[in-house]
Each structure stands twice: as structure tokens, then as C-alpha cells.
Design a protein around this ligand. Structure first.
Ligand code: ADP
Length: 267
């Protein structure tokens, strides 16, 4: 059965503001078909960047949100039973390898290590994916590329990529956009004016300084955009900030009090 490639194409230019040379670096890696690991905290623009690059390179994009229950079959494919008997269905990784898509495995650390190893033969000179259950070796399309995202904050001894997996990728370090850029992004994506965006970004900065002092992770650009969108719906700024910037990230009374105080001071 042939795959409709068009469904994976990105037709409209995604809004993406470059940070520091990552577009040229990624493009060079793609020209060499090198696997790329994008490292950075959640909600800082990694997925948007991959969408932008897929659009810019004119490649289809297949994204997989990884989780700990994911098995190798979820990536590679499996036999399904239907009225006519059994039928093989490709998983997203196999589809991407066949059609020459960019395959983006989001939060790869969430997947178990026995799942992660299925990507190995696609990431070295073999560029092939063995479908053991089907008895087929899929040779990757020349345009296929593998990209993974990785949040360094989450890793623990139990949950980390093996060196044998890490060392198959080049890495791009991402972080929250620098101040002026983040203000522009929050204003554009959140539909608020730059003055409001600047205040939200300032609260973000304060919260990010609490990382390691009671907060595991700072407030993401994504959450700042949520706050802006609530404000755009005529929600009072302090209520919007409490809902979007405080409630999701901490249950600790002291941290919440600190953040509430910051919101009151800024707005
Ligand atoms: P991640 O994949 O890192 O968890 P996303 O790519 O989903 O995060 O980004 C979260 C939000 O931040 C998106 O709405 C995106 O618009 C915005 N964003 C962050 N950085 C940028 C940027 N440089 N240009 C445009 N949007 C950005």
C-alpha cells in the first residue's frame, strides 16, 4: 500500500525566529544526512525549529512523541488482523525511512532503552531498518534523516540515553530565546503587545532563576505564550499568570508565593 506523502508535508512557513546559527548548522547536517539531537528544556522551541527546517528543506516530517510504554513495534510496525487475515502495517519510523521524511522522535529519553536501540542501524553507514517480524530489510530513502529531542533536565541514572545511542548524533544546544527575541515570539504567538510580552518574559526570567532552588525547570516560552493568550481573552494579567505560569509548574507553597509576588510586582 503506498503512503500519501503529502499528508506529512508542511505547506505554510512555520513562524520561527533563529537564535544563533542553528539553521545553517542543521542544514549542513541534513546535507550530510547526519542524525541530529536537539537538546534543551521543554517548551523552548525545539519542535518548532524542526518543523521550520522540514518546511525549509521541503521534506515531509513525521513526529513521534515518545513515552515509556512505547515498544519497538510502535516505531517499526506490526501485523494486524483484519477481515482478510493478517496485514503488515508500517510504524512511523519505517514510513519515514521509506518515503525520505525527517523523522522526529520527541523526548526520546522517555522511551525504554530496548525500544531506542531499533534506531541504531538507521543512524550509521547501514542506513537500513530490519523488520525482523516481516523478514524485510528497509533501505532508507536517500532523503531520510533522524532527529531526536532531549531534555537534559530530566535525565537520571534510570532514564538516560546510552552512550552507544548518544554517540550516533550530532547535538544542537537549545535554550529559551534571549530576551528581545522571546518578547517578539511571545507577542506574535500570544497575540499581545510587546509591553505585555516584556512583562511576561520578565516573570519568566525570575522563575528561571529559581531553577535548582525549588523549581526543577523554569517557565517555558510555551507557558509565557499561554499567559499572553489568556490576557488576549481579557483575563486580568495576574489571574492569567497564576493559571498559565504558576499552577502548572509548582505545588510548593513557598515557590508559589515567590512567583505570586513577582507577578504582582511586574504587573
Ligand atoms: P519544545 O519542542 O522545545 O518543547 P516548542 O517548539 O513546542 O517547544 O515551542 C514552544 C513555543 O515556543 C511554540 O509556541 C513556539 O512558537 C515558541 N518558540 C520558542 N522559540 C521560538 C522561536 N525561536 N521562534 C518562534 N517561536 C518560538
Amino acid at each position: 500500500m503506498s503512503t500519501d506523502v503529502e499528508q506529512f508535508k508542511i505547506h505554510d512557513e512555520p513562524f520561527y525566529r533563529p537564535q544563533r546559527g542553528e539553521i545553517d548548522l542543521y542544514r549542513a547536517a541534513y546535507q550530510e544526512r547526519l542524525p541530529v539531537m536537539i537538546k534543551g528544556p521543554t517548551g523552548c522551541g525545539k519542535s518548532r525549529f524542526v518543523e521550520y527546517m522540514a518546511w525549509s528543506l521541503g521534506r515531509p516530517l513525521i513526529t513521534v512523541a515518545c513515552n515509556e510504554d512505547m515498544t519497538a513495534s510502535d516505531l517499526v510496525g506490526r501485523y494486524l488482523l483484519d477481515a482478510n487475515g493478517t496485514r503488515w502495517v508500517d510504524g512511523p519510523l519505517t514510513t519515514a525511512a521509506r518515503i525520505g521524511a525527517i523523522c522526529y522522535l520527541d523526548e526520546i529519553v522517555e522511551a525504554r532503552q530496548d525500544t531506542t536501540v531499533v534506531i541504531h542501524p538507521l543512524t550509521d553507514h547501514r542506513r537500513a531498518l530490519p523488520l525482523d517480524k516481516k523478514g524485510e530489510l528497509v533501505k532508507a530513502h536517500p532523503d531520510f534523516q533522524l532527529v531526536i529531542s532531549y531534555n537534559p533536565g530530566y535525565q537520571s541514572l534510570m532514564k538516560d540515553l546510552k552512550q552507544s545511542t548518544k554517540q550516533r548524533f550530532c547535538g544542537l544546544d537549545f535554550d529559551y530565546p534571549e530576551k528581545d527575541l522571546e518578547i517578539a515570539v511571545v507577542a506574535k504567538e500570544g497575540g499581545c503587545d510587546e509591553a505585555v510580552a516584556a512583562k511576561l518574559v520578565h516573570i519568566g526570567e525570575i522563575a528561571r532563576n529559581l531553577k535548582g532552588h525549588g523549581l526543577d525547570e523554569g517557565i517555558s516560552t510555551r507557558l509565557l505564550i499561554y499567559a499572553a493568550r489568556l490576557i488576549a481573552q481579557d483575563i486580568a494579567p495576574d489571574a492569567a499568570c497564576r493559571m498559565a505560569l504558576v499552577a502548572p509548574i509548582s505545588d510548593d507553597a513557598d515557590i508559589r508565593a515567590t512567583l505570586y509576588h513577582a507577578i504582582e510586582t511586574v504587573f
